[in-house]
Design a protein around this ligand. Structure first.
Ligand code: FMN
Ligand code: 173
Length: 389
């Protein structure tokens, strides 16, 4: 029998018999406000802030909320199984933790705590290139658990090649290439505070520990940190890349490659033509193009464009179990969870991240069951108001 994620609900009520209540709210939309109160304005502004006037981040939420589920009755949902196959891997639920850089601004245990939480719950962890912990250390903390590596595609080919070699040697099996951040967007909340974590060296661990990166420095990073930071700033992103450049990654990575930040159906077709394996429909949580289409509004078009050619994943705005359900209905195979787990980390370290994963998946399990589904596989547009079929 597959695990019933909804059992977390009973666990909470049973613990209540001895007077215990959850340490964090079970409505995950409340975590942002709690984190705001707990942490200084710089770090929390960096995480919860977004591009421009914030309208894309709000549109992400509004688009998910606009869709309403139309539950079906009497469909035998006694035995349920949330597992899905994603890129040839069996996942226990349609969920992975999104790549989020600089996690040490949230909690001293940073990526190690988040990765351990993901591993404990069996959910893949996507490690950011801009991690505050070197990838080898994160990998070592995860045992045999599923780990994916997110690439910020550096200007310097040798650094990219070195990252791919190290990631492979550390057991990262899927490469997630982020395309939507060749430059950092206009982010007023950070600008107004003149706060950018990596200017303080946060999020540079993979670079400062990299032999190819260090080869470009006159002195090791600890002897001249400013020069090392400047070298990082100059090379971590590359606005000059074009679609044919993907051949280099395809040649240097033999596992699945997923392109993150695809919103246009034509770009999804180009991704398939380039021999990649999947896309993440994402607007980076509204942090890049202010005024961009809501990710959930881009999802059906991308899913239709690529059909079975690519695995379609989704992020940007996922906060609740019903958000995950809606993303599945709109064509995603699985979703990446972003800010909510970062707030869980800020508020309670590894336990906080596990709480967030368990709440989200319990709520998803119940949403599926109460809507008439025993598996994510049967969810489709006909489950949504206005859906056909
Ligand atoms: C603080 C922060 C840092 C992020 N860092 C990265 C990163 O290093 N690489 C990346 O591909 N995406 C990064 N993202 C984007 C997330 O992977 C994801 O697309 C986004 O958080 C989804 O939006 P949501 O959190 O509103 O659901 C970051 C997001 C946040 C909030
Ligand atoms: O802040 C971000 O959204 C992001 O993607 C990023 C980029 C560079 C370093 C850390 C995070």
């Amino acid at each position: 029998m597959a695990k019933h994620w909804a059992d977390f609900q009973y666990e909470i009520y049973l613990n209540g018999m001895s007077g215990a209540v959850p340490r964090l709210p079970t409505d995950l939309t409340r975590l942002e406000e709690l984190t705001e109160r707990r942490l200084g304005p710089g770090p929390v502004g960096y995480v919860s802030g977004s591009a421009g006037d914030g309208s894309t981040a709000r549109a992400n939420r509004a688009a998910l909320k606009r869709h309403r589920i139309v539950p079906r009755m009497l469909r035998d949902v006694h035995e349920r199984d949330l597992s899905v196959e994603v890129l040839g891997r069996a996942l226990p639920a349609p969920l992975a933790l999104a790549p989020v850089g600089v996690l040490s601004i949230m909690h001293p245990d940073a990526e190690v705590a988040a990765a351990r939480a993901a591993a404990a719950q069996g959910v893949p962890f996507v490690l950011s290139s801009a991690s505050s912990t070197p990838m080898e250390e994160v990998a070592a903390a995860m045992g045999g658990a599923e780990r994916w590596f997110q690439l910020y595609w550096a200007r310097d080919r040798e650094v990219t090649r070195s990252f791919l070699t190290r990631a492979k040697a550390s057991g990262f099996s899927v490469l997630v290439v982020t395309l939507d951040t060749p430059l950092l967007a206009w982010r007023p909340r950070d600008l107004d505070q003149a706060y950018l974590p990596f200017l303080h060296g946060v999020g540079t661990a993979n670079y400062f520990s990299d032999p190819a990166f260090r080869a470009g420095l006159a002195k090791p990073p600890h002897e001249d940190p400013n020069a090392a930071v400047m070298h990082f700033v100059g090379m971590f992103a590359d606005p000059g890349k074009t679609w044919p450049d993907l051949a280099f990654l395809r040649e240097n990575w033999d596992g699945p490659i997923v392109l993150k930040g695809v919103l246009h159906p034509d770009d999804a077709r180009l991704a398939a033509d380039a021999g990649t394996d999947g896309v993440v429909v994402s607007n980076h949580g509204g942090r890049q193009v202010a005024g961009a289409i809501a990710a959930a509004d881009a999802l059906p078009g991308v899913a239709q464009a690529v059909g079975d050619r690519l695995t379609v994943l989704f992020d940007s705005g996922v906060r609740t179990g019903d958000d995950v359900f809606k993303a599945l209905a709109l064509g995603a195979r699985a979703v990446l969870l972003g800010r909510p787990y970062v707030y869980g980390l800020a508020l309670d370290g590894q336990a906080g991240v596990e709480h967030v994963i368990r709440c989200l998946l319990a709520e998803l399990d119940l949403t599926l069951a109460l809507s008439g589904h025993a598996s994510p596989a049967t969810v489709g547009t006909s489950d949504l108001d206005g859906g056909t079929g």
